[in-house]
Write a protein that binds this ligand. Structure first.
Ligand code: BDR
Ligand code: CA
Length: 302
């Protein structure tokens, strides 16, 4: 199993990604670090604890990370996923409080105590924590095995701006620092995540499986439908990060030279493919039926 840290802002699709990771023995989850994004930091941190309590995995520690972007105020939480950030789905209260150590401090220590290259980070939210690690603790950051991050749009339109995707838009300076760092990075943009969609049939199948984790994910997707005008299907953005880590052969990777736009508000977080950019591995296409099958298989197995 790979030693793995999940950096996240749960978030309905974050919650599904976390439950998938918990159901996958390929990941030895060292801890969950949280960030403000879909909703404020206290709520994302609490949600991480609630998901671990639900899964009976409270041995995994939760570390509270950045409450705001690196170098700009806000953005105000969009409350895209309801007032509690996860669509009002019933989850137990965590029995454990989050750890008192700040996320970045813990992550740096973990990276320094483990052999270099053996800790992966699965990033499901704005990239503030990782950017802070890179800027403040470069000696630790360079020991990361690989970052797989959901974010950006290449050929697709954005979801918060014409070319901007939420996670990069929410903290463009952080995203730029992570891309520019040259650390091993796989970006999973909207080009892929918009193709991996839960239909009502998929949701009903999970809900009807009689398996608690699958039923919980069915309920989360149901809540996700309630916040949308598209009643046909919903994109499963963040779980694509775990799915890529589990089955890279089901994705097509391209090495692209990318820059993150931080200037105009219109374009904040937009990616530009240009020679001056940094080489990043980008998941550009996916075998959607196959990854959905993998997801359903994992969720219904326990
Ligand atoms: C990303 O934005 C968030 O709302 C989701 O959790 C996902 O990480 C999709 O653009
Ligand atoms: Ca997220």
């Amino acid at each position: 199993a790979r030693l793995t840290v999940i950096d996240t802002d749960p978030g309905i699709d974050d919650a599904i990604g976390i439950l998938l990771a918990l159901a996958s023995p390929e990941f030895a989850i060292a801890g969950i670090t949280t960030v403000a994004g879909n909703i404020g930091i206290d709520t994302t941190t609490r949600n991480a604890g609630r998901l671990l309590a639900f899964a009976g995995r409270e041995g995994i520690p939760v570390f509270k990370g950045a409450a705001a972007p690196l170098s700009r105020p806000g953005p105000e939480p969009l409350n895209l996923h309801g007032e509690d950030g996860i669509g009002g789905v019933a989850l137990p209260d965590p029995a454990r409080l989050p750890q008192s150590r700040p996320a970045v401090e813990w992550l740096a220590e973990l990276l320094l105590e483990q052999p270099s290259g053996t800790v992966d980070v699965l990033a499901l939210g704005p990239l503030t924590n990782l950017a802070q690690l890179i800027l403040d603790r470069p000696e630790a950051a360079k020991r990361i095995g690989r970052i797989v991050a959901m974010g950006g749009a290449i050929h697709e339109r954005g979801n918060v701006g014409p070319r901007s995707e939420f996670n990069l838009w929410a903290d463009p300076e952080a995203a730029a620092a992570v891309v520019r760092s040259g650390l091993p990075l796989v970006l999973v943009p909207l080009d892929v995540t918009r193709r991996v969609r839960a239909t009502r049939d998929f949701t009903n199948e999970l809900a009807a499986s009689g398996k608690p984790v699958a039923a919980m994910v069915g309920g989360l997707i149901e809540a996700y439908f309630e916040s949308s005008t598209n009643q046909e299907s919903r994109p499963l953005h963040d779980p694509c990060v775990m799915l890529f880590a589990l089955a890279p052969d089901l994705f097509r990777l391209e090495s692209l030279h990318l820059s993150v736009c931080t200037e105009s508000p219109e374009e904040a977080g937009a990616l530009t493919v240009e020679e001056a950019g940094t080489a990043v591995q980008v998941a550009i296409a996916v075998d959607a039926p196959a990854v959905l099958g993998l997801l359903a298989g994992r969720l219904t197995a326990t």
